[in-house]
Design a protein around this ligand. Structure first.
Ligand SMILES: [Zn+2]
Ligand SMILES: [Zn+2]
Length: 265
């Protein structure tokens, strides 16, 4: 069985044993590929994500972006650096970027402006987007449509919306990525999407170090746990874990335009 964790944060400070520990444990659990996300209130996490991908070129890819939480820190220097990091060989996607009106850590008009810039950057570089959206469904979809996100496609990460949202995102050519939230009992609208979305358009992720799936809820999350998320999605679709793992891994490779080396046994 092979699985790809399409969204994890492995910045040095999150794990006491650095990125090496969680990567090693995940590989032992059958996770063959990782997309490490580099975002923060400086460009340091983006540089780190690229460095991790450089250290493990056969199975780690990077995405660099500007999280809506940090939108107000995005200045001309950051934009220049994001542009140059975004073009590196290890970087396969731009993000995460999007809108988060739940926390409102940056003013909403600034979030919208920075999200539009991220979409434009992804189009210039020609790499798919990783989208974060929370309590901002309509504005997120409207901006994706008006800014032409369809041109590059990408991922709705940590999907936590409903079928109506998923249908519009699928129409725009996006993939839907499920996190540990899909294992929560009360997440019924997410269960519906996990069962209904086309098999060739779904992905799984951990969003480590957050959102550990059941039975690890509340504990620090790491990529090895993506197996539990995949198992729940398989169960909701009535297919085997192995079939779900194979399809989602193929989907990740198709979208990200690279393969992830299998584990030698
Ligand atoms: Zn996110
Ligand atoms: Zn994230």
């Amino acid at each position: 069985m092979r699985l790809v964790d399409t969204h994890c944060h492995l910045d040095g400070h999150y794990f006491p044993d650095g990125p090496e520990g969680p990567i090693k444990r995940a590989r032992a659990a059958g996770v063959v590929g990782f997309m490490v996300i580099g975002v923060g209130d400086t460009m340091q996490p983006a540089r780190e994500a690229v460095a991790i991908a450089q250290a493990y070129p056969s199975f780690v890819a990077a995405a660099v972006g500007i999280h809506p939480h940090d939108a107000s820190t995005f200045d001309a220097d950051a934009e220049r650096e994001l542009d140059s990091l975004g073009r590196s060989r290890e970087v396969v996607a731009i993000g995460e970027a999007g809108l988060d009106y739940h926390y409102d850590n940056s003013p909403r008009d600034v979030q919208r402006d920075v999200f539009a810039r991220a979409i434009s950057l992804a189009k210039q570089i020609g790499k798919p987007l990783v989208i974060h959206t929370r309590s901002a469904a309509n504005d997120t979809l409207d901006l994706m449509e008006s800014e032409g996100a369809r041109e590059v496609g990408g991922i709705i990460h940590c999907f936590s919306e409903d079928w109506a949202f998923a249908a519009r995102a699928l129409d725009l050519g996006f993939y839907i990525s499920f996190s540990g939230i899909v294992t929560f009992k009360n997440a019924t609208s997410i269960h519906e999407v996990a069962a209904r979305a086309p098999l060739e358009r779904i992905l799984v992720e951990t969003d480590s170090p957050y959102l550990a799936p059941i039975p690890f809820r509340g504990k620090p999350c790491e990529p090895a746990m993506v197996v539990h998320t995949a198992r729940r999605v398989a169960e909701l679709r009535g297919i085997t874990l192995e079939a779900l793992a194979e399809s989602t891994s193929e989907n990740a490779e198709r979208l990200l335009g690279r393969t992830f080396a299998t584990i030698e046994t």
